[in-house]
Write a protein that binds this ligand. Structure first.
Ligand code: CP
Ligand code: NVA
Length: 298
C-alpha cells in the first residue's frame, strides 16, 4: 500500500490488516518500541475544518516518531490559486508524507501521483476512508467481529460517509441498508461499480429493521452550506430517534462520525444514551490512522 486514497482502492485484505494492526497499536499505546516515522516531517494540508482528523493525525504522527506540519489552505499559496500540481511537486521535495482534506477526490489523486510521497485522504467530497477504518475497529470492539454485520445508514447517503460505507460493504461483503430521500441517493453508476449488497429505502424504520449498527452523519456536509435550508426540509424524517432505534435489533449500537447536530440527524436522548460508543469511535481515529501510517512505511 503506497497511499490511502479511498476505501474503493483498498483490497479486503488491506482493510482487515489495517484494523488488525489498529487493535494492536491501541493495546500497546505508550509502550511502542517502533517509531516508523522517526526523522520524518508529514504535512497536513487542510481546505476544510477539522477537530478529530487534525488532532488524531498530529498526535499519531508524533507518537510514531515524526513531526507534523499543519498547513491550512487559506494560509498557503494553494488558497490563492497555485495549482495542486505545483503544490504537490514542491511539498514532495520537502515532506515525507501528506494528509489532505479537500473537496475534489481528483486533487488528492493528483497530489499522490505528482508528489511521490505517501498520501492519505483525510476527507474529500467523495470519500472519508480514515473514518471508515476507525469505525470498523469500533464495530469489532462492540460486536466482537464483523461477521453477520447489518449496518443501517440513515441520512445523506450520497455524502462522503454514505459512499465510503458502500465501498466498505462491497469490499467486506456485509449487508448495508441506506435510508435517504430520493434526491440524495448515491449515483446508480457508483452502486453498479461497487456491486455491494445494498438496500435503499426512503423509510428510516425499514432500513433500521433488524440492523445491529445504526449510523448517521450530518445533513449538511462541508461545502454544502448554501443548501442548508433545502436539506433541512428534505432530511427532516432521516433522524436516529427512539422510534428508529426501536426498529433495530435488540442491543443495537448507534454510531456517528461527528460533529453531531442534536435534534437534526440524531436526537439528544439517543446521542447521550450511545455517547460511550460514539466517543470510543472518535478515539479510534488515532489508532486506525497510526496503523495506516505504519503500513504505508512497511
Ligand atoms: N469525523 C471527522 O472527520 O471529524 P472532523 O471533521 O472533526 O475531523
Ligand atoms: N459528511 C461530513 C463528514 C464530516 C466528518 C462532511 O463532509 O462534512
Amino acid at each position: 500500500m503506497k497511499h490511502l486514497l479511498s476505501i474503493e482502492s483498498l483490497k479486503p485484505t488491506e482493510i482487515l490488516e489495517i484494523v488488525r494492526l489498529a487493535h494492536v497499536l491501541k493495546a500497546d499505546r505508550g509502550r511502542e518500541n517502533s517509531k516508523p516515522l522517526a526523522g520524518e516531517c508529514w504535512g497536513l494540508l487542510f481546505s476544510k475544518s477539522s477537530t478529530r482528523t487534525r488532532v488524531s493525525f498530529e498526535v499519531g504522527i508524533r507518537e510514531l516518531g515524526g513531526e507534523a506540519l499543519f498547513l491550512s489552505s487559506s494560509e498557503i499559496q494553494l488558497g490563492r490559486g497555485e495549482p495542486i500540481e505545483d503544490t504537490a511537486r514542491v511539498l514532495g521535495r520537502m515532506l515525507q508524507g501528506a494528509v489532505i482534506r479537500t473537496f475534489k477526490q481528483s486533487d488528492i489523486e493528483t497530489f499522490a501521483r505528482l508528489s511521490g510521497i505517501p498520501t492519505i485522504n483525510a476527507l474529500t467530497d467523495e470519500e472519508h476512508p480514515c473514518q471508515i477504518l476507525a469505525d470498523l475497529l469500533t464495530i469489532e470492539e462492540l460486536r466482537g467481529s464483523l461477521d453477520g454485520l447489518q449496518l443501517a445508514f440513515i441520512g445523506d447517503a450520497d455524502c462522503n460517509m454514505g459512499r465510503s460505507w458502500i465501498w466498505a460493504a462491497a469490499r467486506l461483503g456485509f449487508e448495508l441498508r441506506l435510508a435517504c430521500p430520493d434526491l440524495y441517493r448515491p449515483p446508480a453508476e457508483l452502486l453498479a461499480r461497487a456491486n455491494a449488497t445494498v438496500t435503499i429505502t426512503e423509510d428510516p424504520e425499514e432500513a433500521a429493521r433488524g440492523a445491529d449498527i445504526l449510523y448517521t452523519d450530518v445533513w449538511v456536509s462541508m461545502g454544502k452550506e448554501e443548501e442548508a435550508e433545502h436539506r433541512a426540509a428534505q432530511f427532516a424524517r432521516y433522524q436516529i430517534n427512539d422510534r428508529v432505534l426501536a426498529a433495530a435489533a435488540p442491543g443495537a449500537h448507534v454510531l456517528h462520525c461527528l460533529p453531531a447536530y442534536r435534534g437534526k440527524e440524531i436526537t439528544a436522548e439517543v446521542f447521550e444514551a450511545h455517547a460511550n460508543a460514539i466517543f470510543q469511535q472518535a478515539e479510534n481515529r488515532l489508532h486506525a490512522q497510526k496503523a495506516v501510517m505504519t503500513l504505508l512505511k512497511s
